[in-house]
Design a binder for this molecule. Structure first.
Ligand SMILES: *[C@@H]1O[C@H](CO)[C@@H](O)[C@H](O)[C@H]1NC(C)=O
Ligand SMILES: *[C@@H]1O[C@H](CO)[C@@H](O)[C@H](O)[C@H]1NC(C)=O
Length: 322
């Protein structure tokens, strides 16, 4: 009971029910905002109701979407799980649209744009992201999201400028923001890779980016020897004789089948990979663990993309039917 809710209910300092709990979470100063996020993210009925009431306490009328998001994301700390974030952002989008009826064609539009803005914040302000989103790219990313139509360019420009001039603040910012969720922590380095057919170890330069693992023979090579798309894979530590710091990537849904990947033969032909699993070996336990963490971060960001792309499809289909 990190927020003291049960205690206060017990002493009758707080009336039971979602409304009064939401008021307490919204108005009480000094509460732990991570704990508020955890409370609001739970799936039980009381928590769902409290989330709804909590979001309704926010006044978003006449605020642009960035101003509203600033307020919302400051009132608690978003938890890390996709389903929780989905519920919270859905509640936010519904509330925003109720407060600002004519701005967006639907809640989905508002939801998608909110995610785009959070990603823009990371792209513009996180020093690890090298490829900064331009206004033009931001506008083109959001084509067709208003039920098949485009949002007005002046609106998108205003939101873009607002984020560029001032990053989002989130409470209890320990540097572990949604960056991990949306962007691959780029990582590169030498690792040993076990052959697919011939079980020999080859030293390769690995680069993790764009949800793929690329490996090269030399750091300066332009063309990779192989590309492993990380979609659907899972990664774990594995013990291999005389190689203590190994990790293994497999597809848990289709064991025994080849992993979709490609490699370049020595004569330059690009062929399908022959691996049912990939075994890679690092030079130390620390290195192995950071690779596992980075690969995992890169795999688990997928659910979020899925959430957003699902809504985009929905909206674009609706737009086509009109
Ligand atoms: C806030 O709550 C979270 C989760 O309940 C906890 O991990 C964290 O240590 C708390 N922070 C402080 C400053 O008490
Ligand atoms: C926005 O970016 C800043 C700088 O990287 C970061 O501290 C903050 O947590 C980000 N906000 C969100 C909502 O991701």
């Amino acid at each position: 009971d990190p927020l003291g809710i049960n205690y206060m209910l017990g002493c009758q300092l707080l009336e039971p029910g979602a409304k009064s709990i939401a008021e307490f979470l919204y108005r009480e100063e000094g509460l732990n905002k991570t704990a508020i996020g955890e409370f609001l993210g739970e799936r039980e009925e009381l928590h769902l109701q409290t989330l709804k009431a909590f979001v309704e306490l926010h006044q978003f009328s006449n605020l642009n979407l960035v101003q509203a998001l600033r307020q919302f994301l400051w009132s608690f700390r978003l938890p890390g799980e996709a389903q929780k974030i989905d519920r919270m952002m859905e509640a936010f989008a519904t509330r925003y649209c109720n407060c600002n009826a004519p701005v967006f064609q639907s809640t989905d539009t508002c939801y998608i744009l909110s995610f785009a803005i959070i990603m823009l914040n990371t792209s513009l302000h996180n020093p690890n992201v090298k490829d900064k989103t331009t206004l033009e790219r931001f506008i083109s990313m959001n084509r067709g999201i208003n039920n098949g139509g485009d949002l007005p360019v002046p609106l998108l420009t205003k939101l873009y400028d607002s984020i560029r001039n001032e990053p989002f603040k989130i409470p209890e910012d320990d540097g572990n923001d949604l960056t991990h969720t949306f962007f691959n922590p780029d990582r590169e380095g030498w690792l040993l890779k076990l052959g697919g057919r011939v079980k020999t170890w080859k030293r390769r330069w690995f680069i993790l980016t764009d949800n793929c693992l690329y490996y090269f023979e030399y750091t300066a090579d332009k063309e990779p020897r192989g590309i492993i798309p990380l979609e659907n894979l899972c990664v774990k530590e594995v013990h291999y004789p005389r190689k203590p710091y190994c990790l293994e990537m497999t597809n848990p849904n289709s064991r025994g089948q080849r992993i979709k990947a490609c490699k370049t033969e020595t004569d330059g032909r690009v062929v399908e990979g022959k691996h049912q699993s990939y075994t890679i070996c690092a030079a130390s336990a620390d290195e192995r663990d950071s690779w596992i963490e980075a690969i995992r971060a890169s795999i688990t960001r997928d659910p979020f993309y899925d959430l957003v792309s699902l809504r985009k499809k929905k909206i674009i289909n609706q737009g086509n039917q009109d």
